[in-house]
Design a protein around this ligand. Structure first.
Ligand code: CDV
Length: 311
């Protein structure tokens, strides 16, 4: 019996500062209905899907930036999505800014939630690789202040048992780090869901826009192939209040091939019927981890972060 299901990825066009949660959630709902009408059982939405990508702006106090955060799960803004998921039988991944009272203090994370097709909360993930700076660099077109607004995720890279198989979640910059996917694959993840917000401009040095898109795709293709898993990648496209995002949402097969790709820079649902057993032959051969991995030689990966050139 083949395990084949239709998966959807929901790219979003820009979310501007002036857009309300209600307007944004109405767009997410439209896309969930669209995905369902095409037979999808799962849909992946972008990182920080409910608001604009606010870490590009400088805010100093929680009074200024707390409006971008959600409290409670589901937060009031998410309730209509949870309800529709249950009604249609469509599971979803959603990225959002999470504010939580934990360990006796207020904490903020860049988080994604996984909700099952019956509307049940399956789990969440808190972004580990936070790019950018804590303090503004200054004299830039825009900043990237994720380290200012979020703590590093404290949940590792968990994976989740779903009615369709084992899924893992990560968020945006995590996709550029191979360790992210390998840790999830070692737990048997067959599907990686991820949302992203990638500007077309690199604030640190000049990089042509086509390279931004190329590195995004390269990361996803290698993650899929080297871990024999499906990748569902949902981003934002177009210009958020004048700040351009790369779009390029895609579904990548365990062979590393892109099987569906958004053609626009706007709200757009892409779908593909995914054979969840497609990666099995890769896991039995070239990437049979148990037979071929040589962990006795990988120690440096967890012992040090930066490069240390031996004497
Ligand atoms: N939201 C992100 O994590 N964006 C980064 C940018 C800053 C490079 C990314 O990896 O796409």
């Amino acid at each position: 019996m083949t395990r084949s299901e239709v998966f959807a990825v929901a790219q979003m066009g820009p979310v501007n500062l002036a857009d309300t949660r209600e307007q944004v959630v109405a767009r997410l709902i439209d896309m969930m209905r669209d995905a369902h009408s095409r037979g999808a059982t799962w849909i992946t939405y972008p990182e920080l899907a409910l608001t604009t990508f606010f870490p590009r702006y400088i805010y100093d106090t929680p009074e200024e930036y707390d409006a971008f955060f959600e409290e409670g799960l589901p937060s009031p803004a998410m309730v209509p999505l949870f309800d529709l998921a249950r009604e249609l039988g469509v599971g979803f991944y959603l990225g959002y800014a999470e504010k939580v009272h934990q360990d006796g203090r207020t904490r903020r994370f860049n988080t994604s939630v996984l909700v099952g097709p019956n509307g049940d909360l399956l789990g969440k993930y808190r972004k580990i690789h936070l790019p950018g700076t804590k303090e503004p660099i200054g004299d830039l077109e825009f900043e990237h202040l994720e380290k200012r607004y979020f703590e590093v995720g404290d949940m590792g890279f968990p994976t989740f048992k779903t009615p369709s198989g084992r899924f893992g979640m990560c968020i945006c910059n995590d996709r550029r780090w191979p360790e992210t996917f390998r840790v999830m694959a070692l737990q048997g993840a067959e599907v990686f869901m991820l949302g992203y917000n990638t500007p077309t401009r690199n604030i640190h040095h000049h990089e042509p826009a086509y390279l931004r898109e190329f590195h995004h795709r390269l990361s996803l293709e290698s993650a899929a192939y080297q871990n024999a898993a499906w990748v569902m990648a949902a981003g934002k496209g177009g210009s958020e209040d004048g700040f351009a995002m790369i779009g390029g949402s895609m579904i990548v097969a365990p062979t590393g091939e892109v099987v569906a790709r958004a053609a626009s820079e706007d709200d757009e649902v892409i779908t593909h019927r995914c054979d969840l057993d497609m990666g099995a032959y890769i896991r039995r051969s070239v990437f049979d981890f148990a037979r071929h991995r040589r962990i006795e030689h990988y120690g440096l990966i967890t012992e040090q972060t930066g490069i240390k050139v031996p004497e």
